[in-house]
Design a protein around this ligand. Structure first.
Ligand code: UT7
Length: 314
């Protein structure tokens, strides 16, 4: 197989909008601090929806936008670190909800870099001939793993899902998903964690901040190089939505003034593995990026893990 490409996107967010002022009623913080230090104005918090419900809703929209049907899908991969159930995995639940009969179905857990890891894995499966049409999803319900008395985390995390339908590229077509650059820093694994039987997200914010703003730009540039795309050609940069200061710091080092820089965090918070497909799906829905234009995705977070690739906009 010559490669794969993203055919369509879709996303789902819970209807409940939670403002910074509401969070300030729970912990000692304020709207100004959260806007200045993180960039979030509001976030969406789920009600009864499970991770699988949100994943399926996003996947359903992506499938409707693709021109394919459930019968065409032979692989479902869900990136998540907030599934409460150990088994069945979220991918199987999504397949059942969407009536996808017999797909290969598995979850990927690399926290906030999960979508780029899952997209890389799906691309490899299609290149190897192990799948032809796949749905890859990032979905998180972080509100269930948030200590709402901890101001260092409860101001940040949120819920949502984004999905992409990925298909085999034609033999004479350039690949629409570039080689993934991925890796991890296991010795700093504790810097972001959800541990134990009654787990809450915990993180050493400054450690992650410093790592993200110093180590990641060269890796993102590697993803461009491996795709044969000069950074000056990028139409958009869609990084994990962790903090607008991190996003600006990486973008500055990439030197891409022409590119749209996704900042969905402002109205969606940090949705971990969901943040990249959510932001990308919204950019495409608003027609802000032309079809076929190169877009750099780059995820990073718990593990510490990172992954990114250049894709062609559907
Ligand atoms: O997505 C997973 C990967 N995670 C990340 O990428 C997170 C990366 N880290 C960050 O985004 C930032 O480190 C945070 C947003 C988590 C924190 O921002 P910061 O600028 O590093 O703040 P800080 O922890 O250094 O705290 C600065 C001050 C402290 O007060 P003092 O000691 O200077 O008086 C904190 O106690 O801000 C205080 N503070 C707060 N004040 C109001 C900490 N949290 C809050 C808060 N509201 N929520």
């Amino acid at each position: 197989m010559s490669g794969s490409r993203i055919l369509s996107l879709g996303h789902y967010q819970p209807s409940r909008v939670v403002t910074n002022d509401e969070i300030a009623q729970l912990v000692e913080t304020n709207d100004e601090w959260i806007r200045d230090r993180v960039g979030i104005v509001s976030r969406r918090i789920a009600g009864d929806e499970t991770v699988a419900d949100m994943a399926a809703a996003a996947a359903d929209k992506a499938l409707a936008n693709s021109g394919l049907t459930a019968a065409d899908i032979d692989l479902v991969v869900v990136a998540t670190c907030t599934s409460v159930d150990r088994s069945p995995n979220v991918a199987c639940r999504v397949a059942a909800k969407l009536g996808i009969a017999a797909p290969a179905a598995f979850d990927v857990n690399t926290a906030c870099s999960g979508f780029a890891y899952a997209l890389g894995t799906v691309d490899h499966a299609i290149r190897a001939g192990a799948a032809r049409n796949a749905i890859v999803i990032g979905a998180e319900k972080l509100s269930e793993f948030t200590d709402w008395t901890d101001r260092s985390t409860c101001i940040i995390f949120a819920d949502g899902a984004g999905a992409a339908v990925v298909t085999a590229a034609a033999e004479d077509e350039a690949p629409g998903i570039g080689p993934v650059v991925w890796g991890s820093v296991p010795e700093r694994g504790d810097a972001v964690r959800i541990e134990g039987w009654r787990p809450y997200v915990a993180q050493e914010g400054q450690t992650v901040f410093r790592w993200a703003t110093t180590a990641l730009a060269p890796l993102a540039l590697q993803a461009c190089e491996r795709a044969g795309v000069d950074p000056s050609e990028l139409a958009a940069f869609v990084p994990h939505q962790a903090n607008t200061r991190i996003i600006d710091g990486i973008a500055k080092r990439l030197n891409i003034p022409q590119a749209i820089i996704a900042k969905d965090i402002v109205e969606s918070g940090n949705t971990s593995a969901a943040s990249i497909p959510l932001a990308l799906s919204k950019l495409v829905e608003r027609r802000e990026v032309p079809s076929g234009a190169p877009v750099l995705l780059f995820g990073f977070g718990g593990g510490l893990t990172y992954a990114g690739q250049v894709i062609r906009c559907p």
